[in-house]
Design a protein around this ligand. Structure first.
Ligand SMILES: [Zn+2]
Ligand SMILES: [Zn+2]
Length: 447
């Protein structure tokens, strides 16, 4: 095939795992490189059974869980597997945002391949590496700015900020020698930065792109409830005002918008928001990337406290936050003064906290998709055991099916490829320009 092409190496008929290769003559660049969350990935590796850290790419390639691309993987990660090491044939990787399903396999990539991320994303990744087991590997990191073009050989990439459930998320417009591509990354159209998403799609329409690669997490049948961020805020306000006990909430660990919402609601009802040490680190590290005062910072901003979980040992990075942290007996005895944001993994703290029966638990995350969701069952077992009252309040990080179709029509893109979705067929309503991509197949951009 002559002329520039797109190849979909992940994110096809699945949510997450996006890996998109654009080739133009000798130039090859990748967009996102994360693990898939699909059931297929869990046929071989599950929580307790993981690839060996010394030969991760080899172990994933055994079951075709990552693409067989020469000149992409690190020598060490390939080990003595059947895909032999080759010097880099990929000239850069662009990361749309710091969610694991987009960035979680960078560790496998040859350390000499440049990785392009937004400034804020790099900050988030550093905080994530410091406070979790996630590793991104060593790379020449190249930090881009909003709407500033980056040139890789003959290809030009322009990153546009979009609104998503993690800050510093980007869509890209890519100019090749013959044709333009837009890749949305993950986005929503109803969040606090909806105007960013709007500006991106205006640019996509103005450029008359040949190919629009659009995420469709919420395309197709989705009975789950979805609020706006303001809707979450008023729901949390209502619960905190009605209930005089300790209030508990859980949300996604990197959803800074939600943490801000919980913080403002807590302060408005004369409570402190109490967060985990990991959240405290994240807020401290990202705050300088926002206008002054926008992000509550532990130790500085009134109304924000850190919770001291019961642990035998603390990591070095945790210690600065622990000096002034609240132990469980303080939170228990003055419960009505606090909104405690726990992770589900921190539920054993309830054994010490013992909130009065009927105390509210705000689940500020997606509802489970299936009724036999194990994590959901376990969560409800805990809530029932402690007699907590469940409240579902969440604003999704993704655009709705109706919004997706409207946006597609407005772009006038010549060809539309739905990705990051289990329901590409739901896009057919957008008309004959939609083509559901096949995994590993190469498509011409201009053809
Ligand atoms: Zn995603
Ligand atoms: Zn995402």
């Amino acid at each position: 095939m002559t002329g520039p092409t797109i190849r979909f190496l992940g994110g096809v008929r699945e949510i997450g795992g996006n890996k998109i290769l654009i080739e133009d003559g000798a130039d090859r660049i990748l967009f996102d490189f994360g693990p898939s969350f699909s059931p297929r990935a869990e046929e071989y590796y599950v929580d307790y059974l993981q690839p060996r850290s010394a030969s991760k790419a080899k172990d994933l390639l055994e079951f075709d869980l990552i693409p067989r691309i020469p000149g992409l993987y690190a020598k060490e990660a390939l080990g003595d597997g059947d895909l032999a090491y080759a010097p880099p044939e990929v000239h850069g990787i662009f990361v749309s945002h710091a969610h694991a399903d987009h960035a979680g396999y960078l560790e496998l990539v040859d350390p000499s391949i440049p990785v392009h991320v937004g400034e804020g994303t790099r900050t988030l990744m550093t905080a994530i590496e410091k406070s979790t087991r996630m590793k991104y590997g060593d790379h020449p990191w190249s930090v881009f700015s909003d709407r500033q073009p980056i040139r890789i050989g003959g290809i030009e990439v322009v990153p546009y900020p979009v609104d998503h459930s993690i800050p510093f998320a980007y869509g890209f417009i890519v100019r090749t020698s013959e044709g333009m591509v837009a890749y949305t990354g993950d986005f929503r159209h109803h969040g606090p930065r909806a105007s960013d998403t709007h500006t991106f799609f205006e640019a996509v329409a103005a450029e008359k792109v040949d190919a629009l690669l659009i995420e469709g997490t919420r395309a197709g049948p989705d009975p789950r409830r979805n609020l706006s961020e303001a809707g979450v805020r008023s729901g949390v306000d209502r619960v905190l005002k009605e209930r005089p006990e300790l209030a508990l909430a859980c949300t996604y660990p990197r959803d800074i918008d939600r943490l801000r919402t919980l913080y403002s609601a807590a302060v408005a009802s004369d409570r402190d928001l109490v967060v985990s040490v990991r959240t405290a680190l994240l807020l401290s590290e990202v705050a300088p990337r926002f206008p002054a005062g926008e992000i509550p910072v532990p130790g500085t901003t009134p109304g924000l406290r850190v919770y001291a979980r019961k642990k035998r040992v603390s990591y070095l990075w945790e210690r600065p936050f622990l000096a002034d942290a609240l132990p469980s007996d303080e939170v228990r005895s003055r419960g009505r003064k606090y909104l405690l944001a726990l992770d589900l993994a921190h539920f054993p703290e309830l054994i010490d906290l013992r909130p009065p029966r009927g105390s509210p638990f705000i689940h500020s995350m997606s509802e489970p998709f299936s009724e036999d969701d194990v994590d959901d069952r376990v969560m409800h077992n805990w809530l029932d055991h402690f007699g907590l009252t469940f409240h579902q309040m969440h604003a999704s990080g993704h655009a709705s099916g109706v919004e997706l179709l409207e946006l597609i029509r407005a772009t006038g893109a010549r060809r539309v490829y739905p990705i990051h979705t289990e329901h590409p067929e739901a896009f057919e309503k957008a008309g004959p320009t939609v083509r559901s991509p096949e995994l590993g197949t190469t498509y011409p951009i201009a053809g």
